[in-house]
Design a binder for this molecule. Sequence first.
Ligand code: SF4
Length: 423
Amino acid sequence: MTEPSSSLDLRRTRLVRVGSSSMVFSRRLAPLVAMDLEGRVQYLIRPGVTWRRGLDGRILVRGKPADPSAVRVCSGPESEDLIREGLQAVEEVAEAALASKSDAVLRVDPEESEDRSKRRSAPSEAEGRERLRTWLRGRTLLTAEDHAADVVRFRSLHGPVPILPPDQYGAVLFQAVTGCPWNRCGFCKLYGDTEYSVRSRESFHSHVQEVIRYFRRGLNHRRSAFLGDASVSRLSGQELQERCSEVRESLKSAVPGRDWPVHAFADAFTPMHWSEADLKGARESGLVRLHVGVESGCARVLKAVKKPQTPDRVRQMIARLKEAGIGVGCIFLVGLGGRQLASAHLRESLALVESLPLDHRDLLYLSPLLATQAVQYDRQVELDPLTVGEVATQLRLFREQLAPIRKRRGFTVATYDLRLFAY
Ligand code: SF4
């Protein structure tokens, strides 16, 4: 039977939601399982705890009755058991919905139309059942073993994926380059031993096709494309346009009826060699936002952590991107500069933000240094790291003092907690 979700008591109901891009099964919230259209488990929920599964097989566990902010990663047998339990719940709930059991509810979203101007009416329950049956027959990941094989396939495509900006955790990642061209900032071990290299046009073309074949109908669940890894700044203007265009057009062919905004990380230390025409071309090829690790507006802090850029270089780069109509995501590292440079870091970062032409299309991320993130400062400066509590205080000060600027300019301020990343 179909019922409006507002009247559902999920703790008493076995619910199937047949979506156009995902499937949700809830066995009285014990657990609720969300999957993509290939049957890849995306997350499981029980009251108070969420497990988010990355494509690399790691599962991020958030919340425990004793500590709602706790985050940990599970893998190996613990994650296999979890997937097995989730898949059992899926079978049981699907069977109950197909048999119209009294506690089973089937909700069905209209299918996406290629012509988005045409609104489809709500499908009937019989149509919903048929779509559920078709999905059960057509999914490619049915078991925990299928999930393990999928992880191997994903890792052969991408290797480790250390980070994406939080608004892009659900993007389709394509590695236009691998690694980081600098890899020596005193606070960053993200790319470790990964060698920096630029994929050739041919290699990138095969990579794009393999990524699309890997996701198959799982693409429906995703909304944007991300060009990894740490920076696309060393691509020529023509390469940047070509890579954006290739991922956008390939995704449009794979999932008709949708456009695919393209995002990437860029750095502010590679000399900006893109002309205005290059940037406009990239914008027209789908590039909507470049995410830049600004880290601090204080030149002394940047020097102390060996980040090879200056606030002026950041300002010039962002001004050029904005002139070309490309949005930016600016990432500041809260707690950098230790106790001695804490005030300068805050004050000069705010001054830098004030001087940037940010607007409603832009994001400003505040990423608090983690207790596990030991910073190697330049030996010539003596800086004592902030405690976890002091980092939290600085985060609050950043937020409070950014509020009037954000209000005037309309950009979004969000926290970027590295512990919460799972791709
Ligand atoms: S912070 Fe960015 S530029 Fe610095 S090493 Fe890490 S990835 Fe490279």
